[in-house]
Design a protein around this ligand. Structure first.
Ligand code: PRP
Length: 216
């Protein structure tokens, strides 16, 4: 069996549909219950439904052979796994945002609120800008509104959260999308199975991209 860590939620649903369309379906996953493990012995897949931010932990520690995770999480936690494919799903941007009237004071460190501490540090190190990090776990947009920080570093997808909280994007500095990752020893010992899955996924992703660009 190939153990696949699938992120719970909309991205996981999209990825499952993609995997099901290329021969890795597991119908019981649609059962409405609180189960977290679903398997289909016929095609050799076992899906583990995990919190999106935990996918890479399961894969790195070999509790799953492969998984699907956002590039934001890979950049932030730098797990020791192989990143095999960009699935071109869950596309968004990593951005700096601030209140509409924000004006930077370069005489003091910039106060940055974020869940992505390493990404923010890397970004500002690259700019040679001194910062003070305020680590939050969610609702990051509140921080500049309440004066807790000067800016935030966060994911922007539709832009609705930024707009509805009267913030503005200062800079978008990184494209983000879902990646297919593998445990390093699984990649060695289940190379045939994982290789076949990557080839099929890669073809399906290319076909989808073509359909989207053709439809424009
Ligand atoms: C994420 C992110 C932004 C929002 C961006 O939050 O932190 O707040 O989505 O999406 P949008 O541009 O489409 O509005 P999430 O929903 O994960 O909740 P959180 O506040 O717990 O981080």
């Amino acid at each position: 069996m190939l153990n696949i860590a699938l992120p719970k939620g909309r991205l996981g649903d999209q990825v499952y549909e993609l995997l099901a369309s290329i021969g890795y379906d597991c119908k019981s996953i649609y059962e409405e219950n609180r189960k977290l493990v679903f398997e289909n012995q016929e095609n050799g897949v076992r899906y583990l439904l995990v919190k999106p931010s935990d996918v890479a932990i399961y894969v790195e520690h070999h509790a799953a052979d492969v998984g699907i995770v956002g590039k934001d999480i890979l950049l932030e936690s730098r797990p020791d796994v192989y990143e095999l494919l960009d699935l071109k799903l869950g596309k968004c941007r990593m951005a700096v945002a601030a209140c509409e009237d924000f004006a930077e004071d370069t005489d003091r460190p910039l106060r940055v609120a974020t869940k992505f501490v390493n990404i923010a540090k890397d970004y500002y190190t690259g700019l040679n800008r001194e910062i003070e990090i305020i680590k939050l776990n969610g609702s990051i947009e509140l921080a500049p509104i309440l004066g807790l920080s000067d800016v935030i570093v966060d994911i922007v997808e539709s832009g609705n959260t930024i707009r509805e909280n009267h913030l503005r994007v200062v800079e978008e500095f990184r494209q983000i999308s879902a990646r297919f990752i593998a445990n390093k020893s699984s990649f060695e010992f289940k190379n045939d199975v994982i290789g076949e899955m990557v080839r099929k996924l890669s073809a399906a992703v290319a076909q989808k991209e073509l359909a989207v660009s053709g439809g424009k």
